[in-house]
Write a protein that binds this ligand. Sequence first.
Ligand SMILES: N[C@@H](CCC(=O)N[C@@H](CS)C(=O)NCC(=O)O)C(=O)O
Length: 210
Amino acid sequence: MAAAYTLYGSFLSAPTYKVGLMLALCGLKYDYRHVDLAKGQHKSADFLRINRYGQVPAMIHDGFTLCQANTILEYIAEQTEKFAPANGEERQRIREWLVWETDRLEPGINRSRFFERFAKPDQAVVDYHRKWAEMGLGVLDELMEGKRFLVGERPTIADIGVYGVVAHMAEAKFDIGAWPQVKAWSERVAALPGFKLPYDLLPKADQDAA
Ligand SMILES: N[C@@H](CCC(=O)N[C@@H](CS)C(=O)NCC(=O)O)C(=O)O
């Protein structure tokens, strides 16, 4: 029988990892559909019906189609009440973190990683993005001082969204040791039950829930 959740994504994609990590930490079974970005499958007519933006990840839950990783995290948290806000103030703080990271953290780290792994543009472009990543990591490090998790004392989807990016910083050739609060926090996330690193989590081909 098909699982209630189907995740469409790529094992190379940090935003796909965010959703896969959330499903794993919630202990949810899901069918996985590999979208081959190199072959342009994300721009095919079939896939555009699932995600109009032509990007991974996308998810279908009981016939309801979703895209944009951080909003998928919010959806799963609402469905399961796991990693969810405890009250209205936490909901707001979580959203602030999730918007901040797509604005100030993800572009610098993910593009720096892309340049290291796939295609290097002019050095000035590389330097520009590395500077943005370092600024974002600096803000995260400062704001994590004296805190266990981003919002309150327990992990929420804010941690999962931000961690999904931080997990890829080594591939972007950033040494997490330069940001000690980020390092300590990321170790707390990695200690959560069900946690898996990116390449241990996402299959390289379609996989149905066991
Ligand atoms: N804001 C989107 C970003 C998704 C994204 O950038 N996905 C990349 C792979 S990591 C992609 O599909 N790139 C192909 C494209 O944008 O055409 C999210 O969080 O889901």
